[in-house]
Design a protein around this ligand. Structure first.
Ligand code: C2E
Ligand code: MG
Ligand code: MG
Length: 414
C-alpha cells in the first residue's frame, strides 16, 4: 500500500530521527510525484491532501523537517499554513509551490521570511523533478533566517552557497548597450557589464537576489575583483579583434571606500595593456551617502587616472547638489523609475528634464536608463539627453551575443 492510500486513516507519525518531509497538496497526482521524489532522495514523506488535516494533526516538530507546501488549495490555503507555522517552535524549512505566476510565489516567500521561517526554495508548477531533488539535498541552503533584515527578494539565496559561488567563480557577465544619440561612428555604443550568478541548479540568478547579501557579508571586494578580472579579459579579447568599447562596471559603497581601489584598477588595466579610458565605474547615488571623505579621495584619484565615473540610479538617493558638485562624475544616469513613466506622467517628466539640465550644468553626460519604447527614446532625444539604455535599445546579453549584436548595428549604420 502506498503513502497515498494511507491518507484517510489516522496518521501515526513515526519517531523523528532524520529529516522528515511533509507534503501538502490537494492534487493527488502531484502528491504522488512529490512523495516518489522524496523517497528517491532517501527521505521519509508524510502526505496531506488538505491543509486542515495537517493543522489538526501536526502540532509540533522535532529535529530537521521540510514542508513542501502548495499555495492554492481549497479550504485552508498555503498562506494560512505559513501563518500557522510562524507560531511554532522549530518550524520546518519550506519549499513553496504554485501554479500561478511567480509574483504569487515571491509574495508568499517574502511573507514566510518576514515570519522568520526558512524558505529552501520555490517551485513553479508544472514541477521540475530536477529542481525539487536539488532543494531536498542536505547542502541546500538555509536562507535568510540567519541574517534577517529586509524581506526583499535579495534575501532569497543562502550564505554558504554564495560563499562557494565566490570561491569557485560561478559568475558570468552580461552586456547591455548604451547608445549615444549624437555619434555615428563605432563609439556610438558602449556597454554596461551586469553580473549574473550561474547557479548549478537554479540557473541564472540576477543581482537583486544576491548583491545585498554580498554586501552585508562584507564580500563585495571578492565579487568586484571577479567582475574586474572578467571585464579586463573581455576587453583584451575584443581589443585583439579590433574592437574598442567603453565598458561600465557597477561598484558599491564598500568598493569606493577602499583606498586601494584606484591602484587595483590601474594595475589590472596595465597588466592587460588596456587604456583607463575604456572603463567607466558606476556608483549608485545612494551608495555615496556613507564615508564621503574617503569616497571623494578614491573617486578623485580614479578620475585622475583617467577612469570615467557615472552616478547611477540618479534621483533615487538623497545626495545634495553640493555633494554632486564635489564628486568628480563624468556621467549621470537618470533612474529608470522616472524614465519608464515620463511619457505618461508629468511629474516623472519634470524630474527627467531637471536631471538633464543638471547634467548640462555640471558638465556631465546624461544617460537615461530603462528606455523601453520608441516614444520615450524620441522624447529624450528632443530634451537633449545624450544617451539611452534600455530594452528598446538592447537587453543585457552574453558576451558572444553582444558582440554579434554590435557588429550588426555597426554594419547597418555604415
Ligand atoms: P543598474 O546598474 O541600475 O542596472 C540596470 C538594471 O536594469 C539591470 O538589472 C538591467 O538589466 C535592468 N534594465 C536595463 N534596461 C531595462 C529596461 O528597459 N527596463 C527594465 N525594467 N529594466 C532594465 P540587473 O542586471 O538585474 O541589475 C540590477 C542591479 O544590480 C544593477 O542596477 C546594479 O546596481 C547591480 N549590479 C549589477 N551588476 C553588478 C556588479 O557587477 N557589481 C555590483 N556591485 N552591482 C551590480
Ligand atoms: Mg548600473
Ligand atoms: Mg541604474
Amino acid at each position: 500500500m502506498g503513502i497515498l492510500d494511507n491518507m484517510s486513516s489516522e496518521l501515526v507519525l513515526p519517531p523523528f530521527s532524520s529529516t522528515q518531509v511533509y507534503l501538502i497538496d490537494d492534487e493527488p497526482d502531484i502528491l504522488k510525484i512529490l512523495s516518489d521524489v522524496v523517497a528517491l532522495a532517501g527521505l521519509e514523506a508524510h502526505c496531506f491532501s488538505q491543509a486542515d488535516n495537517f493543522i489538526n494533526e501536526v502540532h509540533c516538530f522535532e529535529g530537521d523537517n521540510i514542508l513542501i507546501l502548495d499555495l492554492q488549495m481549497p479550504g485552508i490555503d498555503g498562506i494560512e499554513v505559513i501563518r500557522y507555522l510562524a507560531k511554532m517552535e522549530n518550524a520546518p524549512e519550506l519549499i513553496l509551490m504554485s501554479g500561478q505566476d511567480s509574483a504569487v510565489l515571491s509574495g508568499a516567500e517574502n511573507l514566510a521570511v518576514a515570519h522568520e521561517l526558512v524558505v529552501r526554495g520555490t517551485l513553479v508548477k508544472p514541477l521540475s523533478v530536477r529542481l525539487l531533488r536539488g532543494l531536498l539535498e542536505p547542502q541546500t541552503l538555509r536562507r535568510s533566517k540567519k541574517w534577517g533584515g529586509k524581506t526583499t527578494p535579495s534575501n532569497i539565496v543562502g550564505v554558504e552557497e554564495l560563499r562557494e559561488a565566490l570561491d569557485q567563480d560561478q559568475f558570468v557577465l552580461h552586456y547591455q548597450a548604451k547608445e549615444e544619440f549624437a555619434l555615428t561612428d563605432s563609439t556610438k555604443y558602449s556597454a554596461e557589464c551586469l553580473v549574473r550568478w550561474q547557479h548549478p541548479i537554479q540557473g541564472l540568478i540576477y543581482p537583486n537576489r544576491f548583491i545585498e547579501l554580498v554586501e552585508t557579508q562584507g564580500w563585495m571586494p571578492d565579487l568586484t575583483a571577479i567582475v574586474l578580472k572578467k571585464v579586463a579579459n573581455q576587453q583584451r579579447e575584443w581589443k585583439k579583434e579590433g574592437l574598442r568599447i567603453n565598458l561600465s562596471i557597477n561598484v558599491s559603497a564598500s568598493d569606493i571606500t577602499s583606498l586601494i581601489l584606484p591602484e587595483v584598477i590601474s594595475r589590472l588595466l596595465a597588466d592587460n595593456e588596456l587604456d583607463t579610458a575604456t572603463i567607466t565605474l558606476e556608483v549608485t547615488e545612494s551608495e555615496l551617502m556613507g564615508e564621503l571623505t574617503t569616497s571623494l579621495d578614491v573617486l578623485t584619484r580614479l578620475r585622475l587616472k583617467g577612469v570615467r565615473l557615472s552616478i547611477d540610479d540618479f534621483g533615487t538617493g538623497y545626495s545634495s547638489l553640493l555633494q554632486l558638485y564635489r564628486m568628480p562624475f563624468s556621467e549621470l544616469k537618470i533612474d529608470q523609475s522616472f524614465v519608464s513613466k515620463m511619457v505618461v506622467d508629468t511629474e516623472a517628466l519634470a524630474i527627467v528634464k531637471a536631471c538633464i539640465l543638471l547634467g548640462e550644468q555640471f558638465n556631465m553626460r546624461v544617460v537615461a536608463e530603462g528606455v523601453e519604447d520608441f516614444a520615450t527614446k524620441q522624447l529624450l532625444a528632443e530634451l537633449g539627453c545624450q544617451a539611452v539604455q534600455g530594452y528598446f535599445v538592447a537587453k543585457p546579453m552574453s558576451a558572444d551575443d553582444f558582440r554579434f549584436w554590435l557588429a550588426r548595428q555597426l554594419k547597418s549604420q555604415a
